[in-house]
Design a protein around this ligand. Structure first.
Ligand code: PMP
Ligand code: GLN
Length: 385
């Protein structure tokens, strides 16, 4: 393994899902739903397969039907106009979009500001691109009810070497949804310091309090923002690996150049199905959020009863907790012992920090599971007291 990838080993998600399988525990670690997305969307995939649509290499930028559907979705939800031919790129999940964007836009030695704790692929992709990760840490608010961004810290992190900000809202793992005021300040900073922003908005539809505002809607951002999303979260098909990028033509071209040599193309028949999914009525999206809001409340309340400090998330399908009230302060040890202690698997947030002492007492639980599974998990977690 080369030096750039030194220390990246096996992702925590693979390790913890294997632990769940081995011990027969309830897996609230890796974020994936335990019920698949809409029947009609699955049927659309079957039809595409059967009719021979997408069984051979689809076009490099993605099939036209899907690029149009992505463009229409951005218009319908946010009033944004993206040309499906020049401003939309289909990728193998958001994961490839992140990798291709960083590989395409960074010079070796460029600094990338990333909100910490950060989704684990950010660190690996910045490293593969030869960039330097500069964390700006989200910290518990004074009332300890949410994780907040310190805008002064963000401003202070920008140097002459900063090339881009890698943003994520709604934010994994904290569940923070950046407010309109926070996003406006980030946009202003990007314009002032002439930065690009790669913004990972895969949880755009999983918002329970407040609203998701795309960064690209702010003044001066249309030509400096690469927006990333994915069908994995919005339609509960994490195995299909259909993601996308929307940006101005120059940025889409750059990302596509790198993407061509990563997968070239992916997920042919599923692209047809996701094109149909994006045209589902608004009620699909609101029901998804309503269902997950109820699950957020169920698991958050259960975790409080089980003795955890809980940061109730405004978005995503994760809840971050502080384990110190339970008498533990090492999230790694806690997560490794949890299956034996009560038959539940969770993720130690420490893996999402640069500093080896960062986030050690925080542990993340996923609530994108059936209600009965969450009830079962809560009664198991109550045995910890
Ligand atoms: N970004 C974030 C913040 C995520 O949580 C995930 C989901 N694991 C991804 C990107 C990757 O998305 P995909 O499965 O579409 O590659
Ligand atoms: N995004 C999911 C999570 O944060 C898992 C993704 C993965 O397994 N790579 O849990």
């Amino acid at each position: 393994l080369n030096r750039r990838l030194d220390g990246f080993g096996t992702t925590i998600f693979a390790e913890m899902s294997a632990l769940a399988t081995r011990t027969g525990s309830i897996n609230l670690g890796q974020g994936f739903p335990d019920t698949d997305g809409p029947e009609e969307v699955r049927e659309a995939a079957v039809r595409a397969l059967r009719d021979g649509r997408g069984n051979q290499y689809p076009p490099g930028p993605g099939i036209p039907e899907l690029r149009s559907a992505i463009s229409e979705h951005q218009a319908r939800r946010y009033g944004l106009a993206f040309d499906p031919d020049t401003e939309v790129l289909v990728t193998a999940g958001a994961t490839e979009a992140i990798a291709a964007a960083l590989l395409a836009l960074l010079e070796p030695g460029d600094e990338v500001i990333a909100l910490e704790p950060y989704y684990d692929s950010y660190a690996a992709c910045i490293a593969m691109a030869g960039g330097r990760r500069v964390p700006v840490t989200l910290r518990p608010s004074a009332g300890r009810d949410r994780f907040v961004l310190d805008l002064d810290e963000l401003r202070a992190a920008v140097t002459d070497r900063t090339r881009l900000i890698l943003l994520n809202t709604p934010h994994n793992p904290t569940g923070t949804v950046l407010t309109r005021a926070e996003l406006a300040a980030i946009a202003q900073l990007a314009v002032e310091r002439d930065l690009l922003v790669v913004t990972d908005e895969v949880y755009e539809h999983l918002v329970f309090d407040g609203e998701h505002v795309p960064l690209v809607t702010f003044p001066g951002m249309r030509d400096r923002t690469v927006t990333i999303s994915s069908a994995g979260k919005t339609f509960s098909f994490t195995g299909w690996k259909v993601g996308w990028v929307t940006a101005s033509p120059g940025l889409v071209n750059a990302v596509r150049t790198a993407k061509q040599f990563l997968t070239y193309v992916a997920s042919g028949p599923f692209q047809y199905a996701v094109a149909e999914a994006l045209r589902l009525p608004d009620t699909y999206f609101s029901h998804l959020a309503d269902d997950l809001r109820a699950k957020r409340d169920l698991l958050s309340n259960g975790l409080v009863e089980a003795g955890f400090d809980v940061f109730r998330p405004a978005g995503t399908y994760f809840v971050t907790t502080d384990i110190r009230p339970l008498g533990d302060d090492d999230g790694f040890a806690f997560c490794r012992s949890l299956p034996a202690r009560c038959g539940v698997v969770a993720i130690p947030n420490a893996v999402f920090y640069n500093d080896t002492n960062g986030g050690t007492a925080f542990v993340r639980f996923a609530f994108c599971k059936r209600t009965e599974v969450l009830h079962d998990a809560i009664s198991r977690l109550k045995q910890l007291r």
